[in-house]
Ligand binder design. Structure first.
Ligand SMILES: NC(=O)c1ccc[n+]([C@@H]2O[C@H](COP(=O)([O-])OP(=O)(O)OC[C@H]3O[C@@H](n4cnc5c(N)ncnc54)[C@H](OP(=O)(O)O)[C@@H]3O)[C@@H](O)[C@H]2O)c1
Length: 375
């Protein structure tokens, strides 16, 4: 027989001072205890669900999910906000290497407020703000129930949209800046896709360390404005790809030293541009493929320049023994946010406008700020 707990139906408030819907409570006479059906249940959750892989704007549906049991070690979190990242889109499309089985709830990171804690939970209470760390699938919904180990408490003075979006892109930027080349104050880096959140973070994390940045963006409407924004974040140089159609790109560098480290978010021609800037024995780290075009490397880049090509995948990095360490890094990144040293463009969108946020994230309306769903 399943283990049951005795629950006094008299008190509508839990020991944590929070009301939890117990639909069966009204059906029983007061002052009686129940043996069966006595589990604590979450509220129902409104969720973005996909039953099959495919185009996100076709397969994603907003649905009501029934309450789920909150076990002793579980925490029920009322989600506050979650971003739509390119990898979320790839998971839904079914082209990401690791993805949850369908049917699945979208989203991979976000921030929420603790709604209810199971009886064995330590160190977290209702009202605390938490993020799933390492990130995990299923954040695009109003209530998430997971084991206490999943949740990392963060300071409530953190702006919600940053708390929601810190665990993937800013952490990727930090790791890539520190893990491949020992870049120091006075050195330089080069990157394409500089308007991405990762790109914006790289600029600021580099600036904070006295590292100069050379940034490449694509030619598009609003590119002059985008350049100005990146310069305001601390970018030393920003070029559109077409500006780099010159014989010797390094002649454009002025007093910036040749970079030993480059980052590739885009692929195709934009990756070749990064390679052109790199100095002898430099390293290009590929972390995204936004153009969906392959990287082409000249033979001479290998023979005469001895360049190295590397890759970075946060999910793999986190699945090593780094998960605990990553929380310290997240706290550091959020402290930079609170100090005003780390900022990036986002748009908070109410959950009931999810479809239009998704359209923007899919690029249907041209370049848009990062879409953050507010529940
Ligand atoms: N490997 C990892 O562990 C890891 C971790 C985090 C992120 N990523 C990857 O990093 C990339 C950026 O993520 P994010 O969330 O920071 O991006 P984001 O803020 O959503 O911005 C998207 C970026 O992609 C650019 N872009 C969109 N479509 C493009 C196209 N067809 N050709 C060229 N550029 C295009 C945009 O440029 P405009 O401003 O011109 O529109 C913008 O810079 C994604 O590929 C993501 O999957 C990888």
């Amino acid at each position: 027989m399943a283990t049951v707990r005795l629950v006094a139906l008299k008190a509508p408030l839990t020991r944590h001072g929070r009301w939890l819907p117990r639909p069966w409570a009204q059906l029983r006479p007061p002052n009686t205890a129940v043996r069966a059906f006595s589990s604590v249940m979450s509220p129902p959750s409104t969720a973005v669900v996909y039953d099959e892989h495919g185009p996100p704007d076709t397969v994603c549906k907003v649905k009501e999910l029934p309450p789920v049991q909150i076990k002793d070690d579980d925490i029920c979190v009322r989600m506050l906000a979650a971003p739509i990242n390119p990898s979320d889109i790839n998971r839904i499309q079914g082209v990401y290497p690791v993805r949850p089985p369908v049917p699945a709830v979208g989203g991979y990171e976000g921030v929420g407020e603790v709604h209810y804690v199971g009886s064995a939970v330590k160190g977290l209470s209702p009202g605390d703000w938490v993020i799933p760390s390492p990130p995990s699938s299923g954040t695009w919904q109003t209530y998430v129930v997971r084991d206490q180990n999943v949740w990392h408490k963060i300071e409530k003075s953190t702006p919600m949209e940053y708390a929601a979006s810190v665990a993937v892109n800013p952490l990727t930027a930090l790791r890539m800046l520190e893990d491949f080349v020992d870049v120091k104050s006075g050195d330089a880096i080069v990157q394409n896709g500089a308007t991405s959140i990762v790109g914006q973070c790289l600029i600021q994390l580099a600036r904070d360390r006295g590292i100069r940045s050379i940034n490449i963006i694509r030619d598009r409407a609003g590119s002059d404005e985008a350049k100005e924004k990146l310069k305001n974040l601390g970018a030393d140089q920003v070029f559109t790809e077409s500006q780099l159609e010159v014989k010797n790109v390094k002649s454009l560098l002025a007093d910036i030293p040749e970079p030993a480290l480059g980052f590739n978010c885009v692929g195709g021609n934009a990756a070749s541009m990064v390679l052109k800037f790199l100095k002898q024995s430099g390293i290009m780290v590929t972390y995204g493929g936004m153009s969906k075009k392959p990287i082409t490397v000249s033979t001479s880049s290998f023979i005469f320049k001895d360049l190295s090509l590397r890759g970075f995948w946060l999910q793999k990095w986190l699945s090593s023994d780094k998960a605990k360490e990553s929380r310290v890094m997240i706290d550091y990144l959020l402290s930079l946010v609170r100090e005003g040293k780390l900022t990036y463009e986002m748009e908070l969108v109410p959950f009931n406008q999810f479809q239009s946020a998704l359209d923007k994230a899919l690029g249907k309306l041209g370049s848009q700020p990062k879409q953050i769903i507010k529940f």
